[in-house]
Design a protein around this ligand. Structure first.
Ligand code: ADP
Ligand code: GLC
Length: 447
């Protein structure tokens, strides 16, 4: 099949969170299975790719032309349309993103000639709408929801002027959302199939507590929404070969893990059993819940190693906690790939009190490194952690519930067995790639 993926991030080019891991990994698996795979990303300034063509597209009432960078890697063709708005260093830039990603989507749509177009999150959710209007050369569209908290809401008249789409789309069963346009809603309504990144999240978003205002839309379209669990790149995230950790180890030969734990304590100046936390610092991830449980964490003989960047208020709360609890809390501000590996390998457990978690990759990575996750039982966390066997699940993202789970960890008699069970779980992409292939095949067969 000729498959085109369109998204805002992909490793190894640009990464903010797990979206980049998924878009950088699953297409490789599909290409290895013999499909013709193209991945289209914005032509960010940081991406160095030779220009091989130009793309012509309509946007904001005019025709435009943009150079397109192109790279080939792992059997995939990567295309980077260099449209206006992506010249700076930032991947996302707040209020300007509506304009940036609508323009990117218009250019990307003009590059497509495929059986299946698979788009990700609101940044590319305009494409299924354009396809439904006959403006994209493809047989079927798939939209994957990585996080429904971000929707691309914008002024309706401005949207029509940017996209040239008809005002007839501004109805409650199409793109209209409380008087504005909601691009994600448009993608959900018009895509041939919609997937979420875990089965539990597919059910959760039909409820007001998780639907971010779109729960009614999800209930209405439930028939075409399914959950397909993410995997991780098990060759990259492999403690037996990882060059970024101080010692290598595996389920069969765990000595290196103990060395990594010792090294991490020394590096970060922490006492006790280190609980790791590698995260974007945003409300979703519940880092405030960790900070509010510190007295209990310390009383349980543990310390916390936090690596993250994001909301300045959460960053300064983490900094204060590290200052107040020297030897028990360390905070490393920023995005640091190598330190993330050392924490996955060198922590004794991993904290994930996320308020919601569409899938989550860090609990899978930490399990692969023999570090049992202690996690709120939501979304993909529920689907990838077996309570008391490969980690600890708790109900309710609040300090009391987290502290209770940490006490269960501290009192657990056989962490070695849990570590072994976690390390031997199958988090590869194989099963999920089967599901996506089946979905693509069904869509193109019926189309
Ligand atoms: P989300 O996409 O919501 O941020 P995921 O768990 O799906 O959450 O993916 C997070 C990805 O980003 C993981 O690969 C994790 O290792 C990485 N990551 C997050 N924060 C940092 C950081 N500060 N430094 C290095 N890697 C990070
Ligand atoms: C989003 C979600 C996260 C998921 C990732 C990749 O960033 O917050 O839960 O793992 O996308 O699908």
């Amino acid at each position: 099949m000729r498959i085109v993926w369109i998204a805002a991030e992909a490793v190894p080019f640009v990464k903010v969170g797990g979206l980049a891991d998924v878009v950088g990994t699953l297409p490789r698996v599909l290409a290895a299975r013999g499909h013709d795979v193209t991945v289209i990303l914005p032509g960010y300034a940081a991406i160095d790719a030779p220009t091989t063509r130009t793309v012509r597209f309509q946007h904001a009432g005019a025709s435009h032309q943009a150079p397109v960078g192109e790279l080939h890697d792992a059997g995939i063709r990567f295309l980077f349309p260099r449209v206006a708005g992506f010249e700076g260093p930032q991947i996302y830039s707040g209020w300007q993103d509506g304009e940036r990603f609508l323009r990117f989507s218009a250019a990307a749509a003009a590059l497509v000639d495929a059986d299946v177009v698979h788009v990700h999150d609101w940044h590319a959710a305009l494409i299924p709408v354009l396809a439904a209007m006959g403006r994209v050369r493809c047989a079927a569209t798939v939209l994957t929801l990585h996080n429904v908290a971000h929707q691309g809401q914008m002024d309706a008249d401005w949207f029509l002027a940017q996209t040239g789409l008809p005002a007839s789309l501004l109805t409650i069963d199409a793109l209209e959302f409380y008087g504005k346009v909601n691009v994600l809603k448009g993608g959900i309504v018009f895509a041939d199939a919609v997937t979420t990144v875990s089965p539990t999240y597919a059910g959760e978003i039909r409820t007001p507590a998780f639907g971010e205002g779109l729960d009614g839309v999800f209930r209405h379209h439930a028939g075409k929404i399914s959950g397909i669990l993410n995997g991780i790149d098990i060759d990259y995230w492999n403690p037996a070969t990882d060059p970024l950790i101080p010692a290598r180890f595996s389920a069969a030969d765990i000595d290196g893990k103990l060395h990594c734990c010792e090294a991490l304590r020394g590096e970060l100046g922490l006492d006790g059993r280190v609980l790791g936390c590698v995260s974007r610092l945003v409300e979703q991830k519940g880092i405030d819940v960790v900070l509010d449980s510190l007295p209990d964490i310390i009383a349980a003989g543990c310390s916390v190693a936090i690596l993250g960047a994001g909301d300045p208020i959460l960053e300064s709360r983490c900094e204060n906690a590290a200052r107040q609890h020297r030897g028990r809390v360390s905070f490393s501000r920023g995005y640091d790939e190598a330190l993330a590996h050392r924490i996955y390998a060198g922590a004794e457990a991993f904290l994930l009190p996320s308020r919601f978690e569409p899938c989550g990759l860090t609990q899978m990575i930490s399990q692969r490194y023999g570090t049992p996750p202690i996690a709120h039982a939501v979304g993909g966390l529920r689907d990838t952690i077996r309570d008391a066997e490969t980690g600890f699940l708790f109900e309710g993202a609040n300090p009391g519930a987290l502290a209770g789970a940490i006490r269960r960890f501290a009192a657990h008699r056989d962490i070695a067995a849990m570590r072994h069970a976690a390390m031997t779980e199958d988090f590869s992409w194989t099963a999920s790639a089967d599901r996506y292939e089946e979905l693509y095949r069904n869509l193109t067969a019926s189309g």
